[in-house]
Design a protein around this ligand. Sequence first.
Ligand code: AMP
Length: 286
Amino acid sequence: MQELIVAETAAQVRAQVAEWKREGLTVGLVPTMGYLHEGHASLIDKAVSLCDRVVASDFVNPTQFAPGEDLESYPRDFAHDCALLQAHGCHMVFYPAVSEMYAPDANTFVEIQSDMTAQLCGRTRPTHFRGVCTVVAKLFNIVTPDMAFFGQKDAQQLAVIRHMARDLSYDIKIIGCPIVREVDGLAKSSRNTYLDPQERQAALVLSQAVALGQRMAAQGERAARPVLEAMTAHIAAEPLARIDYVSAVDGETMQPVETLAPGVLVALAVYIGKTRLIDNFIVEGI
Ligand code: AMP
């Protein structure tokens, strides 16, 4: 197995990628905020299967956190991340300091000027996708990958990145990857580590609501409202859960829909205690 290259500067990444490109190799990028788990690993696996060289970024991006969110407490374990990346055949990890990514007076942002970033997670996190788009655009510019890999777990983020890549003419194929779950159904997330044992149990209402909605859609229910109501009722029965949203939206535009046509995204965000968790499913054809 090859040694994982650890790059802390953009210059180091650019030099290595230039060398790979001179050799005619294709490059995949997997952006992450670290504290890696099997969800991230599945993205690395997919990238390794499609690209000659794979770069993961490991950066807790401050511009996508609002004041009062969990930037300081976000879990970190770089040694563990490197072991996981190495085991999955990743070639290089970009691990920049905040100062490497943002000059003290950095004030240029990439922002989508439609309300696709104001729906769902954008309602409670109005500056979040501006931070995501900005850091992903910077990573695209630094790594210049042929393909970039994102999880369907963050379905709105995936749609936003596709939209941004199209609008800014990035010649990068955006690949969405399925949600990886714990054995009991909970979507894997670095933030699951915040949950105490009681909350961990309560968090199952998210994946249970997703399964319930999926079942109703598969049985032919085409009206969004009864599906969303059933999902909401299931979550509301859990005392530790507080719903942020349970919504059905167009899978590309994020605009609310009333009919569950194939491609519709049914997404939810729920606080379990202080921890905000998300989950979703895409309506399939019958
Ligand atoms: P994060 O480190 O949480 O910013 O996530 C980095 C990437 O991993 C994003 O594209 C996420 O959508 C993806 N990801 C996180 N959790 C999962 C999961 N459980 N299944 C699939 N992809 C995931």
